[in-house]
Each structure stands twice: as C-alpha cells, then as structure tokens.
Ligand binder design. Structure first.
Ligand code: BES
Ligand code: ZN
Ligand code: ZN
Length: 485
C-alpha cells in the first residue's frame, strides 16, 4: 500500500542555507521578493504553471518563481503546485523551502495539498528497482504572526495523506480489492485513528435481510459484506442529530449477465469510488477530531458473471421490504445502495443522509469530467454542497428530482424496477430509484461521481483515481459544524 513519502515541516524562520526556494507568484501581484536583491529581479512574473529561476551564486541559492496565472481559483493553485513537483522533480535535488507567507489561508491549504499529493504513484504493482528520484524534504515557511496558517498547513498535510490512501484503494485492481480487503482496510483505519468499525458478513447480511446486496453479490466467489463505521465526538451528545454517509462499494462491475462491452471494462475497478470517498472522509474526520457525529454504511459486492448471477427479469427482495424487478443487472449500484440507505435509516436515523456513487454513465454524458451530479430534496444541502465544492475544488451541479421522472420506474410485477424504460435522463432515473428507499431522512443528497472519481490525472499516463469526494465531504462537514441547519 501507498506510503507517505514527502516529509513536510512547518517553520516560521528561514534556515541559514535554504538552497532551493519556491515562491508562488500571481499575475497581478506587485511582487517584492525578499529573497532577491532588487537589482537581480525586475518584477517579472512567469505565466501560469511556468517557472522563472534565479541563481544567486554568492549564496548558493536558487529562487524559483512559480506562475499561478491571473486566476486565483482554488483548483488552479492546487494544480500549479502539483504539476511543479511532478514536472520539475529532477530539479529538486536539495530540500525545498516553500515560502507561503504572502498567501491567504485557503490558498496556502491548496498549495500544501498540491505539494504533498504530488508524490502519489500508480506503480504500486511494478516489480524491479524504482527509477524515481528521491523525494525531497519540504519546508513550509509561514509567518510567525499568523498562527491559523500553521493549523491550515497541518490539516492540508493530513488531507493529502488520506486522499493518497483513497487513490491507492480506487486504483487497486479488482482481484486484490475484494470486499474482504475493503472491510479490512476499514477495520485497520478505525483501530489506527480511533473510531468504531464493524463488518456484517454473509451470514449476518442474510439475518438482517440485506437481500438486494446479497443478490448483486451472488455471482461472485468473493462474498458481499457491509461495512459500518462510526465516529462520535466525545463532547457531543451521541443522540444529537448526526450525519449518515453511504457509499457504493462495487469492487468490480462486469455488468453481470447484462454484461458490459470489453473496451473500457477495466475502468470498472473504480466502481467503489463512492465507498472510498466515504471511507476517506470518515478517516479524515477522525484524524482531525472534528466536532460532529458521523455514521457510514458501505455495501460492498462484486458484480460478476456466473451461473449463480441474478438474471434480467428476476424479482428480488430488499432490506426495506420492497420488491425490485431487475431489468438490467448492470444497474447494480442502485440495488446495493437501496439496502445501504434503508439499513442506515432503520438503525441510525441520521438527520442528514448523503450517498456517493459511481452510479451512471449518463451522468458523465451530462456533466463530463468537471462536476459530480447532485440530487437533493433540500435547498439547504444544495447550497452547502455547491459552496463546499467550490472551496474544495471538487465541483457539483444540481439536477432535478421532479416527481414525473419517477413514472419510468413503474413495474407491473414488483414494487419498482431498477431501469427506466426510456433511454433518457438515466442519472435522474437512478436518483429517483434511490429516493424510493429514502423514507425518513428529512434531508438527503445523492452525488453521482461516475465522471469524476477516475480519469485523467497529472501523475499518470492512463486514467487513474482522483480521490474525489474526500475534500468535498470535509468542506461539507465543516459547513455543518459552523452553521447548523
Ligand atoms: N458503474 C456503472 C456506472 C459508471 C459508468 C461508472 C461509467 C463510471 C463510469 C453502473 O453500474 C452502470 O453500469 N450503470 C449503467 C446503468 C444502466 C444499465 C441503466 C450505465 O450507466 O450504463
Ligand atoms: Zn453496472
Ligand atoms: Zn456499477
């Protein structure tokens, strides 16, 4: 599994011989850079993602100005730092001092995230000697008169570690990342960071009537399971209204008997991106000891092709008691989520219920790789997620849940069918299906992250995990903490 490689240290006094200094520069800045004597530097600001190097031979010091462009959007700052570390790795032979004294807290946070996420590698399973250059130590220079910045930098470091652990999970191949493997990850994380984790195994799933989850998993030799995670803050009343998180954990989605075409099927190892985001958010909330009560329920299964697989046309039961006609076995995510949502409500009664899932290709068709689809019955949650998305650099865009969209899920033989009869508005139809199983939560939000969980990234040539959702959920939770509903 992935190890954190960058040691990061926060300092409020520059070392005597820093060697290599990185200074972020914005287009409209009127920079005076304290490291440079004014005769060496005429105020030139490099273009976005470009660098300008100045070597001061008398001090054996290299000052690198990193262009941030005119736009100080959060994602730009994050990407500039990350690409600098990836593209100029060979230049960084000495320890690196990053001068963040001129940055406001939110941009300092993004800078540290970009710096520390840059050593993530997808080459975990390569054999032989690694040819990569050694990773430098990074020192972050902050202003001693600005103590909040230090907290921000610490938090960014923790966030980066969790995001990397989550990317490693999403990038892990389906043969390694079985349901049991995900369960063990959760158990280990709970032990290490001090929160409760319990697993429901095959026998317990039967006893608890999680029939839709069992149905999806019945074609795989890797049995399904349910992961339960709970973090209760010691200063809060455990009965206090809390947040419930549910994540789609399909460890590999072949489509089942409604089998997918081969071309891009290998991407379906990422079909547990929703589960991974929820697991990352739980770990991060616990690591940061945030004052909130959160419970997570994660249904995990492998959707395989087998003599025991569910068939198109089968009618299955569910934890809620409702019967479901399975028109398409490739619409399996909504089946396991139906049980996850129902189990969560019956056992924990959260005041706010949020689910994340790589649910539909149709959401990718609608929003591309830029934003997750947001579906919610609450304008307040819509506002919170929209601004959390902007702050985190992980955008969401709201789509409707109007009643008339639900008509397409009518079944003549069961309470509901899992596929709309029409080839339109597939992401909305999936959300409407989930809504059938959201009975008591006053506010519910569903995030379809199919387009954003796995894709083009700065650190890999092939598509790979983005870690989408961890930072978004962190900002959402912070918004709940700072202003109650
Ligand atoms: N896991 C897929 C959705 C998906 C597609 C995730 C592309 C990431 C990228 C999901 O289980 C699925 O197969 N959905 C079907 C639904 C259809 C059968 C109604 C789809 O989107 O085609
Ligand atoms: Zn599917
Ligand atoms: Zn799926």
């Amino acid at each position: 599994m992935h190890q954190l490689i960058h040691p990061v240290e926060i300092i409020d006094k520059a070392p005597d011989h820093p060697g290599l200094i990185l200074v972020p520069c914005f287009m409209d800045d009127n920079l005076s850079i304290s490291w440079l004597p004014s005769k060496t530097y005429q105020g030139y600001v490099p273009e976005k993602n470009q660098i300008f190097q100045i070597f001061l031979a008398d001090q054996d010091l290299t000052v690198v100005l990193l262009g941030m462009g005119p736009d100080d959007h959060i994602a730009t700052v994050f990407e500039s730092f990350r690409s600098f570390m990836i593209n100029h790795r060979k230049m960084i032979t000495k320890d690196l001092l990053v001068d963040l004294r001129q940055l406001p807290d939110d941009l300092a946070y993004q800078s540290v995230l970009g710096l520390t996420l840059s050593d993530y590698s997808t080459g975990t399973y390569k054999t032989g000697k690694s040819s990569s250059v050694a990773f430098p130590k990074i020192q972050i220079l902050v202003d001693r008169f600005h103590p909040t910045l230090e907290t921000v930098v610490q938090e960014a470091g923790q966030t980066a570690e969790v995001v990397k652990r989550i990317c490693a999970l999403v990038d892990a191949p389906g043969n390694i990342k079985t349901p049991a493997f995900l369960g063990q990850w959760a158990v280990d994380s709970g032990k290490q960071f001090g929160y409760q984790v319990a697993l429901l195994d095959y026998r317990e799933l039967k006893a608890e009537n999680l029939l839709a989850l069992l149905a999806v998993g019945q074609g795989s030799i890797n049995q399904p399971l349910l992961i339960k995670m709970q973090y209760l803050h010691p200063d809060l009343d455990p009965a206090e209204t809390h947040l419930g998180l549910v994540g789609k954990g399909v460890t590999f989605d072949t489509g089942g008997l409604s089998i997918k075409r081969a071309t891009n099927m290998h991407y379906m190892k990422s079909d547990m991106g929703g589960a991974a985001a929820v697991m990352g958010a739980m770990e991060l909330i616990a690591r940061l000891k945030l004052p909130i009560n959160v419970t997570a329920v994660i249904p995990v299964a492998e959707n395989s092709v087998d003599a025991n697989s569910i068939r198109p046309g089968d009618v299955i039961g569910s934890h809620s008691g409702k019967s479901i006609e399975v028109i398409d076995t490739d619409a399996e995510g909504r089946l396991i989520l139906a049980d996850g949502l129902s189990y969560m409500q019956q056992h924990y009664h959260p005041g706010i219920l949020v689910d994340l899932a790589t649910l539909t290709g149709n959401c990718v068709a609608a929003l591309g790789y830029q934003a997750a689809g947001l579906f919610t019955n609450s304008n307040d949650l819509a506002d919170r997620f929209t601004s959390a998305g902007e702050i985190a650099g992980e955008r969401v865009w709201r789509l409707p849940l109007w009643d008339s969209y639900g008509d397409a899920l009518h079944s003549d033989v069961a309470d509901v069918k899992n596929l709309s009869g029409k080839p339109v508005a597939g992401a909305i139809a999936a959300a409407k299906f989930l809504e059938v199983f959201v009975e008591e939560a006053p506010s519910w939000a569903h995030l379809d992250i199919a387009g954003v969980a796995f894709g083009d990234t700065a650190h890999a040539k092939m598509k790979s995990a983005t870690g989408f959702g961890v930072r978004l959920l962190l900002e959402f939770v912070k918004s709940l903490i700072s202003t109650k509903l």
